[in-house]
Design a binder for this molecule. Sequence first.
Ligand SMILES: NC(=O)c1ccc[n+]([C@@H]2O[C@H](COP(=O)([O-])OP(=O)(O)OC[C@H]3O[C@@H](n4cnc5c(N)ncnc54)[C@H](O)[C@@H]3O)[C@@H](O)[C@H]2O)c1
Ligand SMILES: [Zn+2]
Length: 373
Amino acid sequence: MPSLSDRKTLHVDLGVRGYPVIVGEGILGDLGMLMHRQGLSGKVAVISQPGVFELYGDRVVHSLREADFDITPLLIPEGEEHKNLQTVEDLYDRLLAAHFERSSSIVALGGGCVGDTAGWAAASLYRGIHLVQVPTTLLAQVDAAIGGKVGVNHSAGKNLIGAFYQPRLVLSDVTTLHTLPERELRSGLAEVIKYGVIRSSSLFGFIEQNLEALLSCHHAGMQLVVSECSRLKADIVQQDERESGTVRVLLNFGHTIGHALESLGGYRQLRHGEAVAVGMAAAARLGSRLTGFDEADLDRLVRLLKRAGFKLDPGPWDESEIIAQTHRDKKVHRNRVNYVLPRAFGEVEPMVPVSDEEARQALLWLRAEGGKS
Ligand SMILES: NC(=O)c1ccc[n+]([C@@H]2O[C@H](COP(=O)([O-])OP(=O)(O)OC[C@H]3O[C@@H](n4cnc5c(N)ncnc54)[C@H](O)[C@@H]3O)[C@@H](O)[C@H]2O)c1
Ligand SMILES: [Zn+2]
């Protein structure tokens, strides 16, 4: 059993909706005790996917049983295509059949798909039962599990149905990342690099120096990176919980072109982080033209993304197709798409209007630059 010093506890300070985020190695077994400390008891559903539950379900169930919870494991199918209302409907059926009550809890054990789907079920059943996030992918640990965005996809688009609904606790055990397929780990690393660019030049430098160790995952550095990104995300969420200001939107750095590529590929060709990596390189190039991002820093970012194994070529779609897709983005205003662009490492500007021609130039540059090693 790890001692308390092996973990880091952060707080998302949102008054009555505030909660701890606990990051550590081998801490899954403490879940029951930690939920108890948050005042939770009684019925709990552990919502997960078969693969993740097979790996970590026993430890979670054992820990909850030791803390006297009444446990119902509920498995949902894997894949983004099942992050929908049908899966939620099925969860409602099973939760109601098991006589869940307003005071009951849901533990979301898995990546962002589980967290978002189980989170929406928790937010909507009886207008809200307790939610605990136990993220097991790098992307979910540094991003999806913190901040309260929950929801599912609709046939008309991604994440169209949902709510802001904060969990009561987030528990990130970094040892669960050891079983993550390499492509998933890399995808999460793109979001980690993003935090470095938008909020912390020292984090960016740390990733540059420890990249290989982080990619092999067997390194104390991973715990440091997950807790640092969690702290940065918590800080952003505290300042702008519902994305009504100009702070939470900073998290969209790299996501304008990233989302366009993901959606052109039908969400099957590229992992989210792979698309965001291309989007970050494009935004950095735009930054070097429009917001004074240094050419040498642009170079540093491109080099790091390539070392991390990302292909920076924008893919088989031509520039006009990609740009048309960015227009479908929520942030379009007077025919210019608003981008988040960097001024320096750790400093970004939230709403920079970019013309189609400027975006086209950045994509052409990326095609030439992305192919170079
Ligand atoms: N709510 C938010 O703020 C937010 C933010 C970013 C992304 N998201 C959402 O998150 C989703 C993507 O999440 P993701 O990247 O975690 O993908 P995912 O949830 O699909 O997980 C990826 C794969 O890894 C498997 N897996 C999970 N943990 C594992 C482990 N420890 N070992 C082995 N396999 C494991 C899963 O079963 C799945 O097959 C998208 O739907 C996206 O919209 C939400
Ligand atoms: Zn993202």
